[in-house]
Design a protein around this ligand. Sequence first.
Ligand code: 5AD
Ligand code: SF4
Length: 440
Amino acid sequence: MTPPPKTFHVKSFGCQMNVYDGERMGELMAAEGMTATADADAADLVVLNTCHIRERATEKVYSDIGRIRKNARVQGREPMIAVAGCVAQAEGAEIVARAKVDVVVGPQAYHNLPGLVARAASGAPVLDTDMPAESKFGALPRRRRVGPSAFLTVQEGCDKFCTYCVVPYTRGAEVSRRMAAIVDEAKALVDAGAREITLLGQNVNGWRDADRNGLEALIHALDRIEGLARIRYTTSHPNDMTDGLIEAHVSVEKLMPFLHLPVQAGSDRVLKAMNRSHTRDGYLRLIERIRAARPDIALSGDFIVGFPGETDAEFEETLSLVDAVGYAQAFSFKYSPRPGTPAAAMDGAVPAQVMDERLQRLQAALNRDQAAFNAASLGRTCTVLIERKGKLPGQMLGKSPWLQSVHLMTDAGVGDLVEVEVVRADPNSLAGVERVRAAA
Ligand code: 5AD
Ligand code: SF4
């Protein structure tokens, strides 16, 4: 028996959906009367909301648990530890066996967290990695206080089964939340302070309502919410990028001109081995159509270098695709095998040194394009949503419509929309001067 925890700390790793899940877990525990603490070493309950995408993710979770225990022991304390997220789903009971944690809860079961914590406090460790048919969202409390830019999960899971990826196994099959529930949550977020909402899904543009209408139907519905100024969505799959969604980038002013559309690789052979179900040419033609509709759109992507069997020539095709697209920003990773995925059993491992070299060359190209994209903003005037204070007195930080970080001197507050002229462009951010304050 341990006394029920009074304070908690949630530590989220990985994607934006994990950040969202972590916030919701925090809200659940606050609703049970527990208090959040920013200091992980002082909390009665530490929730590690884990990610399984990156290399050695599982090992990092075990070393984190060891460190938390050690820091607490120095103070004569023994906090309760809960492991949530995709590593919890993938490892399950193994975590209890190996690290003796109190709670293991999967991404589709975290609405049960307070109950699991209470049960663990009265005895043995508890595990919940169920993927219930009914949605966890109905069991979550209403959102009360959020920043100006908020996340909202609208779709979860993935049926695409790219051969390198664990998501279809850890997050389960593709499920769309119902339109009415999403609109309700969006209104609550706006009431709680959000001006911008980013719709989240592993395959967000695969969202469908009960009548099989696509994401644009949801975007049109959110467009009508008064007080909501900006809508974004991520992550999209090229095969679900419909004409209707592209058209929404023209007709919905609140929909920001930014699209995260991972391609992963530039060679058709590699794309096929990845089971990406699109070709290089198909992707490039799609980008052309999107740009024809919305010429100023900022494109972002994900890349994997060193997929099993990737040759030098095939890697060059990734570089030439990058040159052809001109990304505003992008994420790039070295391939790392995930146990249980088809690619983990493929031959042709790329040597570490070759992998490093390819990543460096790819990142150099992506950085060059990001700097060029930012440089092209110089002299432009755009609206900036102020998100937080900067380091200097009077300085505030916010985001342009194209998701660039902008800093400026202003007396505008967090959540204000400010018209800004871009006076300096650095590779990772812009500096602006305030022109006109937009009406709130
Ligand atoms: N190895 C390397 N990168 C991966 N990603 C997903 N799985 C792996 C893996 N096994 C990358 C993909 C995906 C992003 C979220 O993480 O690029 O789009
Ligand atoms: Fe993973 Fe592919 Fe699904 Fe993205 S589309 S979550 S990379 S399986």
